[in-house]
Design a protein around this ligand. Sequence first.
Ligand code: UD1
Length: 417
Amino acid sequence: MSKFIIQGGSKLMGEIRIGGAKNAVLPILAATVMNSAENILFDCPNLKDVDTMISILRAIGCKVKFEDNVLTVDSSTLSSHIIPEHLVREMRSSIFLMGPMLARCGKVKISYPGGCEIGPRPIDLHIKALKELGVKIVESHGFLECEVANLNGCEIQLDYPSVGATENTMLAAVMAKGTTKIRNAAKEPEIVDLQYFLNGMGAKIHGAGTSEIVIEGRKTLKNTQHKIIPDRIVAGTILVAGAITQGTITLTNVIVDHIRPVISKLKESGCFVLENEHRIKLIAPERLKSIDVIKTLPYPGFPTDMQAQFMALMTIAKGTSMITETIFENRYKHVDELARMGAKVKIDGRVAVVRGVKNLTGANVCSKDLRGGAALVLAGLVAKGQTVVDDIWHIERGYDRFDNMLQQIGSDIRRID
Ligand code: UD1
């Protein structure tokens, strides 16, 4: 098992370029099966989840090449509609293949992704929307066997603005007959990126980024090239690294608008933030202030994927902060680990109350999920002495060489196997 070993106490200083977003590249990779052609993606992060999606694409017959963050997928050789079960279990995002496979082959067999580390994550909204487009779905022995003769466009009202269900529905509707309208759609920037990619293929979609997305079905699609948007969560995490260590950090290749909810909370904590469209500079204060209210919400609210990192930040702020997690049920697994480092956090259901302490102390801690693991690294950067973060494979699902990135701005972090 790999670990990070961190000597806390260095102020982080310097500049980092942010790479492509995990949550944008995964549905886009799934979409590449639709056009039976060669697609080129630029600025792809080198992540475990991207590797898993590549393995799935290869297993169903696509030709994939990944060099220097450029990913080429040729789906003209697609030969199977069965998504291997062990790969689906590795990564929930495999379900993004349902929509594209139905569009391309009219059928797909995929196992249930099952629960995951941040709580139960049902796919009922995905299934409901696909059924409305005409898909027959038989659920048995943990598998979903989906088949459709003709996908038919229709109006779909999502019960909740689920990111994944919005994307899967868009994907299935791209080649449906007629027009599909998704109401109460999620508005995350990654959905806008998916729209850009699909329109580049010849799809006709508008409205992504608002709560109503309209997709006019197309019979054929063409090959395309696309640059993945920068990862707003990686950007947010590095800004917190700067803030927690009293550092001064500059990020390049960011879309500042995507990070506004995070910037606003950093300002509340006393950080000074300078920005232009694609660049952010953060200057941290000597002592951070607590933040009264952090409530996770669908975009453009405060992202659940930044909740754990802000909790780490608030553990050493002056005063008491209150965090409410409204998106996922079980997303406080980092709390017990932060407590080992001296953090004072009390949980009551969805609410966490964080009483800031002067110092954290280094400890042996265990990463339980992707963002929670990143939060432990952030805490380690400021803790007195040495912190060992175990089970970092979780972190590597979503951060491309996290240790290198942090070393580049002056942290003392090593990765050992
Ligand atoms: C995506 C992101 C994830 C982020 C989350 C919320 C990707 C690959 N992952 O996950 O990083 O934390 O958005 O911003 O983009 N739900 C249902 N039924 C469904 C689908 C979802 O009840 O069919 C519930 C979930 O359990 C959860 C809530 O809806 O409580 C939000 O989930 P959703 O927006 O779908 O998140 P994901 O797409 O899984």
